[in-house]
Design a protein around this ligand. Structure first.
Ligand code: ATP
Ligand code: MG
Length: 394
């Protein structure tokens, strides 16, 4: 049985925009990633991208998994291919659909006919295919109102396609269609989710990770790189810039009033992130912050950290509860890695009573107690990059 994947994309989102360009991006992304599943052709017709195996070794299960992680694809149907003749369509339906109807009680047959030259109407096709399904699965009930499964026959230009419903795709907009931004990536739950949410809108990601070795460990760094790898299954290649804050944190600990430590550290992190953004042509910064989650995420604290950068700071988790962020982390597959218990530089030398309603003038006075600029130069000079790509070599 010949099988094919029909990838649908958000037509409405693309309308009026540069549709041809978006389609090209989507096709290119699919072509690249599908190499991991074997030899597939990727073609575009009638607002659908056709993914067809080219030989016996092409792994369609893996291809389906990969297609569902491509931003811009809203749904993927796995379908059987039949000649455009009702006898052949019914035979294919009888052979192909029972495996998908197993464990379900009711179905409805539907049809779409984009080739209007086909000699039957959509209701006629539905009735014929519905009859064929009942012959193959006599215990199934037909339910027009509330079916467990919708069996779909699509009559297209070349062939007919039969499937038992679509799988949800990742949605959003194609990778690379909306500029580039720099994610402040920690080893926590929130920042990987924030990055993937922005990538979903077509933003290309670059990441900066701050470490404080030996206060933070090699495992902590490996964990962050593994998070970047998991993210790259959705976002494509991510270049991670690793910056050492060890000396800066030690000086801060010894110089400032303890309650200001985290705020001052975060201001340095933002300034350093902006320097990396400048160097990498990233137009915005992204963090995983959420209002009120911790002391450094009150509105006053966010104002104090934002005041040191010019670029917009995107915080897609800002209005979300932790539980809601966790749901997304599980969906994106980052949760299990995020909860591995390694130190983050933000938890090294944490004050017992951090300021929750800081006053900007007082923060600036604290910052004058040490040479932030020289320490940031030193930290910036320590940076090195690691390229992470789940589709490397594709
Ligand atoms: P997360 O789960 O993302 O770590 P969090 O709730 O632990 O978030 P914080 O530790 O206060 O919150 O960090 C807030 C944000 O600051 C993070 O979401 C991330 O964007 C950034 N951040 C924190 N630590 C680092 C780090 N070591 N390197 C880069 N960015 C960081
Ligand atoms: Mg954190």
């Amino acid at each position: 049985m010949n099988e094919i994947l029909l990838c649908k994309y958000g037509e409405l989102t693309l309308k009026g925009l540069n549709r041809g360009y978006f389609e090209k991006l989507l096709r290119r992304e699919l072509q690249k990633r599908l190499k991991l599943a074997g030899n597939f052709s990727v073609t575009l017709a009638q607002s659908t991208i056709y993914v067809e195996p080219q030989d016996e070794d092409a792994d369609i299960d893996e291809a389906l998994r990969l297609c569902r992680k491509v931003f811009g694809i809203t749904a993927v149907a796995r379908a059987a291919v039949a000649e455009k003749e009702i006898g052949a369509i019914k035979e294919t339906a009888k052979a192909y659909l029972p495996a998908y109807l197993k464990g379900h009680a009711s179905f409805k047959a539907d049809a779409r006919r984009s080739d209007k030259r086909f000699p039957m109407t959509s209701p006629q096709i539905s009735a014929e295919v519905g009859g064929a399904v009942l012959e193959a699965c006599p215990r199934m009930k037909v339910s027009m109102q509330n079916p467990d499964v919708v069996v779909m026959t699509e009559i297209r230009e070349e062939k007919a396609y039969i499937h038992a419903g679509s799988f949800q795709g990742a949605g959003g907009m194609p990778s690379g269609s909306n500029g580039k931004a720099l994610l402040l990536l920690s080893g926590g739950i929130d920042s990987p989710v924030a990055g993937i949410m922005m990538a979903k809108r077509g933003v290309t990601l670059e990441a900066v990770h701050f470490e404080s070795y030996p206060y933070t460990s090699d495992q902590a760094r490996e964990k962050v790189l593994e998070l970047a790898r998991l993210m790259s299954e959705y976002c494509g290649k991510i270049r991670v810039h690793v910056v050492s804050l060890t000396h800066l944190q030690e000086v801060l600990r010894d110089s400032c009033d303890e309650e200001y430590f985290t705020l001052l550290l975060r201001r340095s992190m933002m300034r350093l992130a902006e320097r990396v953004a400048e160097e990498t042509y990233s137009q915005a910064l992204i963090t995983g912050e959420s209002v009120g989650q911790v002391a450094s995420q009150t509105m006053q604290a966010l104002t104090v950290t934002d005041s040191v950068v010019k670029r917009p700071v995107f915080r897609p988790c800002i209005g979300m509860d932790k539980e809601e962020i966790v749901v997304l982390a599980r969906r994106f597959g980052t949760f299990e890695t995020s909860i591995l218990p390694y130190e983050d530089c933000c938890t090294v030398f944490t004050p017992r009573h951090p300021k929750t309603r800081p006053d900007l003038d007082k923060v600036i006075l604290q910052e004058q107690k040490y040479d932030a600029s020289a320490l940031e130069d030193e930290a910036f000079a320590s940076r090195y990059t690691v390229d992470i790509d789940a589709y490397e070599g594709c």
